[in-house]
Design a protein around this ligand. Structure first.
Ligand code: ZN
Length: 277
């Protein structure tokens, strides 16, 4: 069942849990994520990231129809989300392709430019009944290799102003997580997260969500995080499963084993986010 971000996060808010949001740059990862969500009977978000197109992994035009098809026929609510759209035209193309949610990422621009562009995306998304996530503060590099030290944490009062001015449906906040593999365990600024949650009236999104400890997931969910972006450790689990294969002659066997490894990892993540363990 295809749903937008606003509605899927409303359900998360009512249940005081978080929805796992997974990048799916190929068919195996789409099947792994939706398969895990269906097995656990939990809503889920699948995402195409602009950076994955830039890295040559997959094109939005190719992925959108498959993601939408798989979401529509799923037995659980699935939101099809565009992750870190840094280019306005790219995000608008995503809306035209049918994404039910888009993230406009203007975090590398000045706050004024970020606000102005986000307003335009919110207006465009309304015409499609799609939701909008935006970001204030910065989680560092969008691709792997992000190190927490470079992050610029989200300022609570700026966050409040930004949400009020733009009318977005969810806000990505920087409070200590980073994209990519963690070289040292992340130290999260829980007080900052609570302060932001107390004064804004939209759900908070945590990026760099894979590789965080189970206790920290539970703590951020208690403090208002409702969407957790998760990819690196899922992709790593797929790679590790393949590396343990004794016979790698045929690619179709490799693909199936990668899907199994990713699905297992995603399933554990969803259980924690949904409060099932
Ligand atoms: Zn991110």
């Amino acid at each position: 069942m295809l749903v937008n971000l606003k509605n899927i996060l409303k359900a998360a808010e009512a249940r005081k849990c978080a929805i796992g949001s997974f990048n799916t740059p190929n068919l195996m990862s789409i099947k792994a994520v939706i398969g895990a969500a269906e097995e656990l009977n939990q809503p889920v978000i699948i995402m195409h990231a602009q950076v994955h197109e830039e890295m040559g992994l997959c094109k939005m035009e190719e992925m959108a129809p498959i993601m939408l098809f798989m979401a529509e026929r799923a037995s659980v609510p699935v939101c099809v989300h565009l992750d870190h759209g840094t280019d306005m035209d790219y995000v608008k193309r995503g809306l035209e392709l049918g994404f039910t949610s888009v993230m406009y990422d203007g975090s590398e621009l000045s706050v004024d430019e970020n606000r102005a562009n986000t307003c335009m995306i919110v207006e465009a998304a309304e015409r499609f009944g799609a939701s909008v996530e935006a970001e204030v503060g910065s989680m560092g590099a969008r691709e792997s290799g992000g190190e927490g030290g470079e992050s610029i944490y989200t300022d609570p009062s700026l966050a409040k102003e930004f949400v009020g001015d733009t009318g977005i449906d969810a806000l990505a906040c920087a409070f200590g997580t980073a994209h990519g593999l963690y070289l040292t365990a992340p130290k999260l600024d829980f007080d900052r997260l609570s302060k932001i949650n107390d004064i804004i009236d939209v759900p908070i999104v945590m990026h760099g969500g894979s590789g965080v400890s189970e206790e920290d997931y539970k703590e951020v969910i208690r403090r208002g995080v409702r969407k957790i972006n998760y990819y690196t450790y899922m992709a790593k689990a797929g790679g590790e499963a393949v590396s343990k294969m004794s016979d790698m002659t045929f690619f179709h066997d490799i693909a199936v084993e990668a899907e199994r490894g990713m699905r297992e990892n995603v399933s554990e993540a969803i259980k924690v986010f949904a409060g099932l363990k």
